[in-house]
Design a protein around this ligand. Structure first.
Ligand SMILES: NC(=O)c1ccc[n+]([C@@H]2O[C@H](COP(=O)([O-])OP(=O)(O)OC[C@H]3O[C@@H](n4cnc5c(N)ncnc54)[C@H](OP(=O)(O)O)[C@@H]3O)[C@@H](O)[C@H]2O)c1
Length: 395
């Protein structure tokens, strides 16, 4: 992986909202405009994820023959520069998806619920970033490095629309690191199971017993307006003024609090329950025990997570580190001597998920537990990049 030392890109820090007219795409000659490429629609293009979609499509030279940029009526007719061309934002309507092959949605759950099925009925393959369809039976919930097989058979070209869900950003970041360890543990199967045994074969295969997650989630996870509010509040607090609290109900700058998602009857909030349910669906393992506590921290961009895994079979920390070093999309930053480990700032605007603090959980005897600290840019790998990687599998 290239250096992880780049600071947070200034486009989000220095402007209240991402400036649509700012063309952050490099000026190199692009190969992505291709007559044979798919026709793409980006829904929610003016938002934090929508802007990142354009960045990722451009960075990966994703082929396209046409590009439709969609947002609310408020943004209709605004101009967006993309790859040396100027596009006009159009208002999202039921007619937006005629002749669209791939629709990348990031305009919130209610918009996805309303327009996702319309787009799929018209033959588009919808890759949706909201939670609208994640737990719907038959809708693949995909991290390309983890479970690409879940979307087998879905391709563009046969004019058959489909819905594919992008997991929650915190789920993606955690599972990018936890899955290679989980898979390794699973590969420690007994040579044979005695036919007389009363044990169910699943008991032998279930090797990750428990997954504990604590998240430290950035402002960008709540969208462009939340990033603006954190910047504004920081200035206000430093100037001795009362902080403006529009997006969050309490002071966010110089503070932290449990994730702002609604709290459910069982005491978990919706964000935490998403991580629990989505992990089981992605791992196709309804028996793995998962728990999470999600915290919102005053970081502008990129989430951090403290992850504890407990395995049925022992896994020592050196073996875990070696597994993670070769895991796709993962980089290990684990330097105990200089106390250097992943930080949100280091992974901001990066594709890879960084893992460090890999250590034996001393509360578990016999190397059955591991702790690690994971950081990932949730606007990028947690949303736009993951969705574009899914789209690449459709080509
Ligand atoms: N931020 C993240 O890290 C992240 C990660 C994973 C998933 N997600 C999910 O992605 C979605 C978008 O998140 P975000 O952070 O990008 O939010 P955001 O910055 O608030 O952007 C919201 C986008 O939705 C558009 N929109 C709102 N109402 C609309 C309508 N009636 N018709 C058409 N477009 C409409 C907005 O357009 P206008 O500018 O015209 O209002 C804007 O482009 C959410 O479902 C979120 O849960 C976000």
């Amino acid at each position: 992986m290239a250096s992880l030392s780049h600071p947070l890109k200034p486009r989000f820090l220095s402007t209240p909202k991402p400036k649509l007219q700012t063309n952050k795409c490099p000026t190199k000659v692009r190969m992505s405009f291709q007559e044979s490429g798919p026709s793409i629609a980006v829904v929610g293009v003016t938002g934090a994820v929508g802007q990142e979609f354009l960045s990722v499509l451009s960075d990966r030279d994703f082929p396209y023959r046409s590009l439709k940029l969609l947002a609310s009526k408020r943004s209709a007719r605004k101009s967006i520069s993309f790859q040396d061309r100027t596009f006009t934002v159009q208002e999202l309507t039921a007619d937006s998806f005629d002749d669209v092959d791939i629709a990348l949605f990031s305009a919130g759950g209610s918009i996805s619920k309303q327009f996702g099925p319309i787009a799929a009925d018209k033959g588009a393959i919808v890759v949706d970033n909201s939670s609208a369809f994640r737990m719907v039976d038959g809708v693949p919930l995909v991290i390309p490095e983890v479970n690409p097989e879940a979307m087998a058979g879905i391709k563009i070209g046969n004019k058959k629309g489909a819905l594919i869900a992008n997991p929650n950003c915190s789920t993606i970041i955690c599972l990018m690191a936890a899955t290679p360890l989980h898979r390794h543990a699973k590969s420690f199967l007994p040579v044979s199971v005695p036919s007389s045994s009363n044990l169910n074969i699943r008991q032998f295969m279930l090797q990750t017993l428990i997954l504990f997650m604590i998240t430290y989630q950035a402002a960008s996870g709540a969208g462009a307006a939340a990033m603006h509010e954190l910047e504004l509040q920081t200035r206000e607090v430093l100037e001795g003024k009362p902080p403006t609290c529009n997006i969050f109900k309490q002071q966010y700058a110089f503070n932290l609090f449990p994730h702002n998602a609604p709290v459910l009857e069982n005491g978990y909030n919706e964000e935490e329950m998403k991580m629990l349910k989505e992990t089981r669906k992605i791992w196709n393992d309804m028996n793995v025990k998962v728990t999470a506590t999600c915290i919102r921290v005053p970081v502008m961009r990129a989430h951090a997570e403290s992850v504890n895994l407990q395995f049925e079979k022992p896994l020592d920390e050196d073996a875990a580190r070696e597994i993670l070093k070769t895991a796709p999309g993962v980089v290990v930053i684990d330097d105990r001597t200089s106390n250097r480990f992943p930080t949100p700032l280091e992974v901001s605007n990066k594709d890879e998920v960084a893992v460090g603090r890999i250590r034996q959980d001393v509360s578990q005897e016999g190397n059955h537990g591991l702790d690690m600290f994971v950081c990932g840019d949730q606007v990028r790998k947690g949303a736009a990049l993951n969705a574009v990687q899914i789209a690449e599998l459709l080509l």
